[in-house]
Design a protein around this ligand. Structure first.
Ligand code: COA
Length: 321
């Protein structure tokens, strides 16, 4: 039995903030941001919350799949910025959708989160334990940024994407690769509340997000092509057989480097980072929905999905559309 994606969806906050808009509130420029990253604008949540965006994305994915919310066996939400630590985003989604028969839990694997959710769903489907699963990847990263740190806050955006997968004989996931390297975790840190109780004398303030951009860059350009090649080989294919590479949208230079290392034309690497920035676990499902809605995926196409980021973590999957 294979795990086939049978519907996708996405939702972005209304407010669009361009690089020029940012240059009015901090010392930056469109030239600096776009030449180093390819990002031109991003959507930032003002009135929206993550549950609302994820619910909208999930409803679109369910509609395309023809599966009703009550038929879902499981909801896996990948996020590091859920509205609450508890209840999880996936439990909030279960409530909003009326998915009364679904077990629900979140996966925190930063920008690899959607890949890990897909691969977890694939494992459940292969064992026969579940058949119809909703996957969501989404973030409101703007609330976790230090808006005084221009080197990170300009890179990220908010939004959510979703996919419904089901057990199928035809098409679906052919191979998965996943990995983690906690020893390099400090290259990208989003801090939670510190230890604090009546017995702690000098509890510290929240300090938000830190990134060593160059370390993350080096990690990405080395690890992502390797993971994709491993997954493609595991699927019994070569990179020439792949029709589309839907990879995490962190930086155009990273995507160009992956395309170069794999010797695959950039035409096969669709992008959304120009208008979305980096949405961590949301990037891959939002881009997947964009290419699906544009009709760029035909039945039988071979697709690579790949994610990488905080943890450090990485994952790649090969599937037949
Ligand atoms: N606007 C203007 N100048 C900025 C700036 C901004 N938003 N952010 C940083 N700068 C300045 C720095 O202060 C530094 O100035 P200095 O030389 O006077 O000290 C200069 O630009 C160069 O900074 P540096 O950090 O060396 O730039 P870089 O060429 O490494 O590019 C990144 C920075 C973040 C774009 C790049 O490292 C990157 O894309 N890394 C990968 C990050 C990523 O994708 N992370 C997510 C993975 S999931």
């Amino acid at each position: 039995m294979k795990t086939r994606i049978c519907g996708t969806g996405s939702a972005l906050p209304k407010l669009v903030v361009t690089n020029d808009d940012l240059s009015k509130i901090m010392d930056t420029s469109d030239e600096w941001i776009s030449s180093r990253t390819g990002i031109r604008s991003r959507h930032l949540a003002v009135e929206e919350n993550l549950t609302g965006l994820a619910t909208e994305a999930a409803k679109q994915a369910l509609e395309e799949s023809g599966i009703k919310a009550e038929e879902l066996d499981m909801i896996l939400a990948a996020t590091l910025s859920a509205d609450n630590i508890c209840p999880s985003l996936s439990c909030e989604l279960q409530r909003e959708l009326g998915a009364v028969n679904a077990v629900a839990f979140d996966i925190n694997a930063a920008c690899s989160g959607f890949l890990f959710a897909l691969q977890t769903a694939d494992a459940y489907i292969k064992t026969g334990m579940h058949k119809k699963i909703l996957l969501v990847g989404g973030e409101i990263l703007s609330k976790l940024m230090d808006w005084n740190d221009r080197s990170t806050c300009v890179l990220f955006g908010d939004g959510a994407g979703a996919a419904v997968v089901q057990a199928d004989e035809d098409g679906g996931v052919l191979a998965n690769v996943q990995g983690a390297d906690g020893a390099k975790g400090e290259a990208l840190v989003v801090e939670n509340r510190k230890v604090n109780n009546p017995y702690v004398t000098n509890s510290k303030e929240l300090s938000y997000t830190f990134m060593n951009g160059q370390e993350v860059y080096k990690f990405a350009v080395k690890t992502v092509p390797k993971a994709i090649l491993e997954a493609v080989e595991k699927a019994g294919l070569t990179v020439e057989d792949i029709d589309l590479f839907v990879i995490h949208q962190a930086n155009m230079r990273i995507i160009e480097s992956v395309s170069k290392r794999l010797k695959v034309s950039m035409d096969k690497f669709p992008t959304s980072l120009e208008e979305c920035g980096n949405i961590s676990a949301g990037s891959v499902p939002i881009l997947l929905d964009k290419v699906n809605k544009k009709g760029m995926l035909k039945k039988g196409d071979k697709v690579v999905l790949a994610g990488f980021g905080g943890g450090l973590t990485w994952g790649a999957s090969v599937l037949t559309w």
